[in-house]
Design a protein around this ligand. Sequence first.
Ligand SMILES: [Zn+2]
Length: 215
Amino acid sequence: MTRTALIVVDVQYDFLPHGSLAIPDGDRILSPINKLLDVEEGWDWTIVVASQDYHPPGHISFASTHDAQPFTSRIVTDVHGRTYEQMMWPDHCIACHKCLEAYSAFEGYLLAPESTTSSDATHDRPVDPPVSSRETELARYLSLNRIQKVVVVGLALDYCVQSTALSSLEAGFPTAVFLPGTAGTSVEGETTAISAVKEKGGVVVIEKELRKWIQ
Ligand SMILES: [Zn+2]
């Protein structure tokens, strides 16, 4: 098997059924991902990395911070003076809450979760560190491990999974999204994400194709 990294994106209680930002049917991905982690299934990953979404209370992306309706979008200005359009999310993945925890099976794979925490946590409207710094860090970690191919699973396909796959491609890694191991917020969202990944040269595969792809 080629030196391959498996990246498990944001599989956390808040994104699973009954969570505050649940992906419908999100738990359908758990068994396929667990299978990928089962050596008896014949998988042999060079590294497995899990990521975690994390926000301090009062985060700039929370509807409650702005008295806005969840799932609408707003122009916001962050503490650095950057102005951009932001989707208003329900409060989710807040530090120190159980909902932040990664689904326990994948906890052992978390890559320095504190590195994704906000350095602006003390501000009124905390922001995330620039996405680019998080992603560069991951790319560096993959290179250090002489990774040749990247497989991405997790939640949600049309948000963090898509952006992880796209930045992996951008960093030069041949990248596959394993379809049974991911779920989107809607069918349209899934379709758009799949096209976006394919358009940038990524592949979207089911199990048989994945085994072939990583040989
Ligand atoms: Zn979030």
